[in-house]
Design a protein around this ligand. Structure first.
Ligand code: NFS
Ligand code: SF4
Length: 638
């Protein structure tokens, strides 16, 4: 049926859809078709609903129909809509980070007995970065100071730049942010300011509006730094770890619990509780408890605990449709409201855990860091009870699962490089680029967006980049795609890597006999919040090369960006000075001026720019060109 094209290329999801044939079960793949054609005003960003005189649409090239009722032009409407996406993204990431910060605070105050400082090394490294003394001090005292600085970064405007941003940047970027007046001074304040700036009848200068958006994107990065660094302190710095991905990891003989959402503060505790409660699961006839991850909380657990990744964004409903998922514990972000609808056709219990995320029909269990283990055990008990309600006739699990290696924090990568050059580990990477052995570094990130087939663009771009010897790191649902397709395994290196990349990875493996696994084709650096790790790598490479980030052969790509968070991330990537490809067009086409600012003027000011290109092969070629140009320039200036 041409009206219902299958909009996924994920082999697990395809098998699941096949099994569902003839059954009256609705999925996201049906709904995306039902939404066609989508509104062109909205698509181009020229629909304004910022005040209730609207909606106003830009209907004509000139005359009264070319403006909103208040007189707002297309460039004002498009830029306001665009930066409000960034505000939404920054608010989301920093709300997540605030929870981690709150947990660290509760730990310091002695109110969160189930958490601990898992990585003293990270704590000390972080404190030193932030200028907090570590000498002769207890870990809790140090963490207390770190937490206070974090809260200060969130809170009132202060006469200093954000500690969780400034301390991690190159000197060149610090100066640039100051000179262009985009250095944020409070995370919350910057988000609020942008909402105020873009309210009806305030800013209508598109350049000023976009600079407000850039400042907010940098506040987003600060929030991500809080999230990543403190998660490492509480749950450990990721190290190379072997696991598996795709729907086949759901085990019919086990109580299966999916953790879905973003926050490791919850999901880490569910894993700990599940490990304790095996006997209870056996009492109801299961062999044990199998926690699997979906989306970024899945990535967090995969990185630190080796927990299986069941699936990623667009195929989240499929996990329920296996009929063997007993509970889905969700926290915040990227959770389709439809999971409850899907669960009602099966025995699966959906449990929401956060005050700001509830679903009609689902059970709500408020999760608090103060009573974390008790809460987590209750969640696991709900899954064990649900297991008893399983209908064996409804179980159909795709036999699709792939081995992978994940856990590549920048610390872990640096450690691997240091076995080749202990004094200057990052020079192992930069020298390989300067010599032409590899072509540079690419961060692949972001979501699924069903404007094209799920995962198709992620996979196509990755294959093109590695074939051309690019060292690829990945986060979020992009990493999820590679994991599900079996491309995050050492086996994939032989099949897909170019000769240069192959020899580079071989050289690293030979220097690291302590590794119990080969190195993967693409390096998983974490969840979307962990894009801050990519920022760390870009900064480290810049420092090693003695240049600022805009000269580093480092590019970013979000082939299937969907969430507001992805817009925030893409914007700070550009602001750091990275050529940043986006394969799903944001609503900017309604204004040539705004399109030009994001793709060209940004480059003149910050050295990075957006590359909007929906064709994955052309997108990949543009990324390769950007890398080649930067390497060529570095080599002639050497
Ligand atoms: Ni990132 Fe991760 Fe996935 Fe997109 Fe959503 S889970 S935080 S926003 S959809 S990559
Ligand atoms: Fe219309 Fe202006 Fe109100 Fe937007 S702010 S809805 S353009 S009147």
């Amino acid at each position: 049926d041409p009206k219902n094209p299958v909009r996924t290329s994920d082999p697990g999801a395809l098998q699941m859809l096949k099994m569902l044939e003839g059954k009256n079960i609705e999925t996201v793949f049906d709904r995306v078709v039902a939404q066609q054609p989508q509104c062109t005003f909205g698509y181009k960003g020229v629909c304004c609903r910022i005040c209730i005189a609207g909606p106003c649409r830009v209907k004509k090239e000139d005359g009264p129909g070319s403006r909103g009722i208040c007189g707002a032009s297309a460039y004002t409407i498009v830029s306001r809509n665009l930066v409000r996406l960034i505000a939404g993204g920054a608010a989301s990431h920093s709300e997540h980070a605030r929870h981690v910060l709150h947990t660290a605070h509760a730990l310091v105050e002695g109110h969160a007995p189930d958490y601990e400082i898992k990585s003293t090394a990270k704590l000390h490294k972080l404190a030193q970065r932030l200028g907090i003394s570590t000498l002769d001090r207890e870990d809790k005292e140090i963490l207390k100071d770190v937490v206070e600085l974090g809260y200060a970064d969130f809170g009132r405007y202060q006469d200093r730049p954000l500690a969780f941003l400034d301390s991690f940047m190159t000197q060149g970027r610090r100066n640039k942010f100051q000179h262009t007046n985009v250095m944020p001074k409070a995370i919350d304040g910057t988000v609020t300011e942008l909402i105020a700036q873009t309210a009806m009848g305030v800013d209508n200068d598109p350049v000023n509006i976009i600079f407000g958006g850039i400042k907010t994107a940098l506040a987003d990065l600060a929030g991500e730094y809080v999230g990543t660094t403190l998660s490492d302190v509480l749950f450990g710095i990721p190290e190379p770890i072997v696991s598996e991905a795709n729907l086949g990891v759901i085990d019919p003989k086990m109580v299966n619990i999916a953790v879905h959402g973003h926050n490791p503060v919850l999901s880490e505790m569910v894993v700990a509780a599940a490990r304790k409660m095996k006997a209870e699961a056996q009492k109801v006839g299961a062999e044990g408890i199998n926690v699997v991850g979906i989306c970024c909380t899945g990535n967090e657990l995969l990185m630190r605990e080796g927990v299986y990744l069941a699936t990623s964004s667009a195929s989240q409903e499929m996990a329920i449709m296996t009929g063997a998922l007993d509970a889905m514990v969700v926290d915040i972000q990227c959770i389709y409201p439809s999971v409850q609808t899907a669960a009602e056709c099966f025995h699966t219990k959906i449990i929401t855990t956060e005050g700001i995320m509830k679903t009609p029909g689902a059970q709500h269990l408020a999760f608090k860091p103060e009573t974390a283990m008790e809460d987590a055990q209750k969640l696991v008990t709900i899954a064990i009870e649900a297991y008893k309600q399983r209908d064996p006739n409804k179980i159909s699990i795709p036999n699709e699962r792939h081995k992978l290696v994940a856990g590549f924090s920048i610390e872990a990568l640096t450690d691997i490089f240091s076995k080749v050059c202990p004094e200057r580990p990052i020079s192992v990477l930069t020298d390989a680029i300067l010599s032409g052995q590899i072509k540079g570094v690419a961060l692949m990130a972001g979501c699924n967006n069903l404007k094209r087939s799920q995962d198709e663009s992620h996979i196509a771009i990755l294959k093109e980049l590695v074939k051309n010897d690019v060292f690829v790191i990945a986060t979020g649902c992009s990493a999820g795609a590679f994991a599900k397709f079996g491309l995050m395994s050492p086996l994939a290196v032989e099949a897909y890597a170019g000769e240069g990349l192959k020899s580079f990875l071989k050289m690293l493996e030979n220097a690291n006999p302590q590794l119990t696994t080969g190195l993967p084709l693409v390096f998983h650096v974490g969840s979307c919040v962990d894009n801050s790790r990519a920022s760390d790598l870009a900064v480290a490479m810049a420092d090693e090369l003695g240049v600022d980030i805009p000269k580093v052969p480092f590019v970013a790509s979000a082939p299937e960006a969907m969430h507001e968070k992805a817009v925030a991330i893409g914007t700070w990537c550009v602001t750091l000075g990275l050529p940043t490809h986006v394969g799903s067009l944001p609503p900017v086409e309604g204004s040539d001026l705004v399109y030009g600012i994001t793709t060209q003027i940004a480059h003149d000011v910050f050295g990075g720019n957006f590359i909007f290109e929906v064709d994955p092969l052309i997108g990949a070629q543009k990324l390769l060109n950007a890398l080649e140009y930067r390497t060529w320039k570095l080599n002639i200036h050497k």
